[in-house]
Each structure stands twice: as C-alpha cells, then as structure tokens.
Design a protein around this ligand. Sequence first.
Ligand SMILES: *Cc1c(COP(=O)(O)O)cnc(C)c1O
Length: 363
Amino acid sequence: MTDVRDLLLPHIRQLNTYDSIDPMEVMAQQAGILPEEVIRLNGNENPFGPSPQVVKALGSFQHYNHYPDPDQRQLRAALSGYLGAPPEQIVAGNGSDELIDMLLRMFLGPGENIVIPTPTFGMYAFSAEVCGGEVRAVPRNSNFDIDVEATVCAVDSGTKAIFLASPNNPTGNVATEAEILALLETGAVVVVDETYYEFCGQTTLPLVAEHPNLVVLRTFSKWAGLAGLRIGLGVMHPDVARTMMSMKSPYNVNRAAEVALLASLEDRATLLERVQAIVAERKRMMALLEQIPGIAVWPSQANFILCRLPEGRGQEIFEGLCRRGIFLRNYNTPQLKDYVRASVGLPEETDAVIAALSELVGG
Ligand SMILES: *Cc1c(COP(=O)(O)O)cnc(C)c1O
C-alpha cells in the first residue's frame, strides 16, 4: 500500500498551519464559563456586529438558489462608488485573505520569494508557503516602522512581491507614502493591506492610477462587522484585475456576502459612527493601559492595541487572562515574546481587561 502522504507536494507536507482563532464555545469551555461570558478580543472583530440593515436585507433576499454573478457587476459598481476607483480596477474576494492567496498564486512560484517587514499579519507568509515560495522577513525597527533600506536590500531577481499592512497588524502604525514609493521603485508587486483603513483614514489608493505594481486591499470584516460572511476587495491595475477575474473561482463571493456588502454601503453612516465610537474607546483604553506599571503600550491607528507585558511574564499573564475568560492575542515568535494584542471592544470589556491586567501584572 502506498502512503497517500507520499503523494503530497513536499512544501505542502511541511506547511506550518496558520494560527487562527477558536469559536466562542471552545473559548468558553477552556475558561469553564458560558459562551456569552467570554470577552473575545483576539480577532479584531467588530463588537457592534453588522448593520441592522444587513440583517434585514439577508432575511428578505429571495435568490439564494441562484449563483452569484461571476463578473461581480453590481458589487464592483457599488464598491467603485465607495472607493472612488473605476470598477475595472476592483476585484471582490472571499475575505481579503482570498485576495492575498490569489495574488500569490498569480505571481509566486516555487523557488521565488516575497519580502515582508515583520512583525506583521500571518497570512502573507502562510499563503506564500502554500505556493512553495520563500518568505524573507525583514524586521521592522524599534518603533515597528518599516526599515526601508533593509527591505529594499532583501529584494532580488527572485522577489515577486512585498506585502505590508497599513495600519500594520499587530503594531497599529501606518506606513508613510515615502516608504511605499521607495518600495514601489523596486519593481516588485507592492501589496498594501488597508484592512484597518476606516479606523485611520490614511490610504494609498490614489497611487494605484500611476503605479501598475501597486495593489491595495480592503475588507468589510472589521469596520463593517462582516468577518463571518467573508468579503474583501483589491484595487489594482486593470490588467492585473482582469487576470485575477479570469483565474478566480467563478462564484468566489457568495450571495449572502453580496447582499450584506450592498446593505452595509447603504447604511455606511451608521457603520462609520460605530467606527468613531471604537476609535474613541481605543483612546480611552490606551490611556488606561498606560497607567498599569510594567506594561508598554504602542499607539495604534487601528481597532487594537499592542502591549508588552513585563519581561518573561507574557505567557503567565496571558494564561491568567484566559482563565478569567478574557481572550487576547499572543505570539509565539521571538520578536513578540511577552507581547499581547487587545482588540478594542465595548467599554465594559475594556474595563474588564484593565481590571484583570492590573491584578495579574501587580500580583
Ligand atoms: C483581519 C485581517 C485580514 C483578514 O481580512 P478578511 O477580509 O477577513 O480575510 C487581512 N489583513 C489584515 C492585516 C488583517 O488584520
């Protein structure tokens, strides 16, 4: 009998799994509490949920038995209005995760590489490894700003793309236009992941018109509260967009996601008010975290805050929080040893985090 695993591609056999977040029930079971008691601040999700208009539109929609439009006509037209970019530059995906995956499948082959300033979002490395590509991590500086010189130096003839998030996950800081222009100069595809754009208002989108190697990613997961429905988008040169449209799986965005996106855009005033409430809560949470002795806090332009716990105590404090039903994000990389990232949730969730952290750090 052959072992079916012998048929696997070597790079797939060796793949590191992406460290994703557990369902509420699993978290609750871990802490020995009810799912509704869990304080879930490890996924940068929206504590307000989707727009009430989304819930209504999903309930009354009549055509779930029909396949979605593979050309995404209505979606791209609506997104064009929101983004101020022409529809032929836009592709919608099953979350921006799918766009990351498609970009890599379009550009990256075995033996080629991508360059990523780290620490950053894990999907870039994960999806590159799925393609059999090499990942060149270039450490950010002590403020977590991009080391442009070192990043440019890491680019060689095998480099297909540079991926960066702005604001960056998990550090919360933005890349400057000068930094992005310097990276575009390398000629590699530069992917600027603006997942947290709505929380900061700074965008690279206007540069897409003049830079065919620039791709900007956005998502409805965070600001619009649609993480569970999976809808993201990319803005790119029309030739790249056309290629992506032709190689994607035809019905990649499901009809529920489509309905939810259209209703979200119609109700964007409500959603953007909630974004402002999250931004205000971020400021309050930041100030409270800074008052806890022994914790270092990084200013954030997104819906989360990165903290460094007292040296050598990260794991113990993280576990103490889990036992209290408070789930933050921790990291198993040397670069982020003793760090945790807290999503900005509701005021009562902030208060619970602050109380638990003060107690755990002090005691
Ligand atoms: C959350 C996150 C994503 C994932 O977005 P989806 O649209 O839900 O796939 C992408 N990039 C960054 C930087 C993120 O933090």
